[in-house]
Design a protein around this ligand. Sequence first.
Ligand SMILES: Cc1ncc(COP(=O)(O)O)c(C=O)c1O
Length: 428
Amino acid sequence: MDHFKYRNDELWCEDVPAASIAASAGTPVYIYSAATLRHHYRAIARAFEPAGATVCFSIKSLSNVHILRLLAGEGSGFDVVSGGELARAQAIGADPAKIVFAGVGKTDEELTQALRSGIGLFNVESEQEFENISALAGRLGVKTSAALRVNPDVYDPRTHTYTATGKKETKFGVDIERAVRFFQTFGRDPNIRLAAIHIHIGSPIYSPGPYVAAITKTLELVDRLAGMGFKVDTLDIGGGFAADYEEGKSPLAFSYAEKILPLLAGRALKIVLEPGRQIACNAGLLLAKVLYVKQGGDRRFVIVDAAMTDLVRPAMYGSEHFIYPARLPAGQPPPPRHIKFCPPGAQKVDVVGGVCESSDFLGKDRMLPPVASGDLMAVFSAGAYGFTMSSQYNSRPRAAEVLVDGDKWRIIRRRETFQDLLAPELDV
Ligand SMILES: Cc1ncc(COP(=O)(O)O)c(C=O)c1O
């Protein structure tokens, strides 16, 4: 699942003890494992290789440029949803032909930036957006390609409503019933080659079934369009493959591929994938230090120096991350990564941060070995939608990010300073 393991009672990332990183980089700190990133990227690329798929890593899940460079080195393209994400891809010299750009609210500035850089595909989410891109492309004198993002009205009931994007009543894409009209209106545009369909049904999708349902519907659309003279040569099936927040709970890449690939067999379709979470989630953890332990009524709180500002998923979606001390009590075996795991001598605690909100917790009702001030706590499976969703609320500078590769590690984003917090206000 990843390269974070306990050895001699200590948590290690690959061949580096987590405590030695904390001692020199401080806490809270995000620690990423290069070997885990490579492993998950390669697993997806290999599973979908029979379809010749292009993997476009979803930058929103983990956007540090050093990680993007590592993945580009593996052959990855990128899925972006803003000018800022595109700037990150540009900063590492990513191949523009392997960049896809989704999002319901792309601004003229972002569209111009993308048109000028020659990205591979705009994933267009409305009629007005298509007209706007065409007009901008005409003005710039460039040609581009687009996929129509269709909303196949499919979802996984286990996906949080905030991250389910394939239902009709979400803001994403165009209802599949409107797709034919869309092609009739825009299919022969002089500036945009419209020969692709994009779907992204949500995140995480815990089984292949919803993909099968959505792709089946989409292929019916592709056939219908072909019958009308509109050739679709590219299908972007989005992201959403689940990741193991608990050991062994999610299908591996090949399990999705095993069900999806037969649907595509014999079709001359270029396939694009936009995975984020399955590559990044288990490749990162958030390491925090215990500040205080206190009782509040019948609840026991472990207060750490990381907070919802560093990892907002528990507060935002009720997500559960496995949390455990970085040093095991003497004689205890490494824990299985199960939220409900209860080691001998455990105490029931809430792991919380120091932000002034009751929603500021990293884990509730966790059975943990007793911990004390100064102990290090690891919040596992925090590589995706961890740092990228962090904020400076309560004027807390953001954490540092560290990348481990074998027995080497380096800071890939320095800890923010008070100067970083204040500069945009004092600079004006
Ligand atoms: C359009 C699009 N593609 C890809 C992704 C990546 O999803 P995941 O990280 O679950 O693979 C998202 C996530 O929100 C998305 O909105």
